[in-house]
Ligand binder design. Structure first.
Ligand code: URA
Length: 208
């Protein structure tokens, strides 16, 4: 697994604003989208292109277009929806596959309650979206769901990740690449990332 930690002043600046204790719902939403857009740029850097000739303003001209596998974005309900529009801004043709899990309070394991994936995942690159990669439990479940449905190229985009979650996912799925704005220090005893962002879902949806 390659972990790409975004090393860009714009991402660092926006992450600093996201971390503020008094960030408003509107600002959190806008910033999460903007960082998602910048992470999309990183996560799609190696997509192959092919040349084609078009009619330009001064005559025929050779341009490039993306070829090969199509993209599906996979927001994990609910907080992943907060990154969706940023990615769609960059890849307007991307299909959206949605997954949702709840936590079984006895086993503490994620249980799937909703899955609706775009057609033929074998031919698509999946970009999983979740603001926080904490314990990695939900991400592991999402990757398993996508692989079971034939998806072979899977990348995850996160605002903040914890080392514990990254290690778990790397051990189970070394073929999955991670794009993250920051890797923070650790998880606290209830699974929140420190220093982290707090509850990203609540901040995006304005709930508490
Ligand atoms: N989910 C969140 O929203 N925040 C965390 O820190 C961990 C999981």
């Amino acid at each position: 697994m390659t972990i790409h930690v975004a090393d860009h002043p714009l991402i660092k600046h926006k992450l600093g604003l996201l971390r503020r204790h008094d960030v408003s719902t509107k600002d959190f939403r806008d910033l999460a989208s903007e960082v998602a857009r910048l992470l999309t740029y990183e996560a799609t850097k190696d997509l192959p292109t092919r040349k084609k000739t078009i009619q330009g303003w001064a005559g025929p001209i050779e341009v490039e277009e993306i070829k090969g596998k199509k993209i599906t974005i996979v927001p994990i309900l609910r907080a992943g929806l907060g990154m969706m529009n940023g990615v769609i801004d960059m890849i307007p043709s991307a299909k959206v596959s949605v997954v949702g899990y709840y936590r079984n309070e006895e086993t503490l394991q994620p249980v799937e309650y909703y899955v609706k994936t775009a057609g033929n995942l074998k031919e698509r690159v999946a970009l999983i979206l979740d603001p926080m990669l904490a314990t990695g439990g939900t991400l592991l479940a999402t990757i398993a769901t996508l692989k079971k449905r034939g998806c072979r190229t899977i990348r995850g985009l996160f605002l903040v990740a914890a080392p514990e979650g990254l290690e778990r996912v790397a051990a189970a799925h070394p073929d999955v690449d991670i794009y993250v704005a920051a890797v923070d220090e650790r998880l606290n005893d209830v699974g929140y990332i420190l220093p982290g962002l707090g509850d990203a879902g609540d901040k995006i949806f304005g709930t508490k």
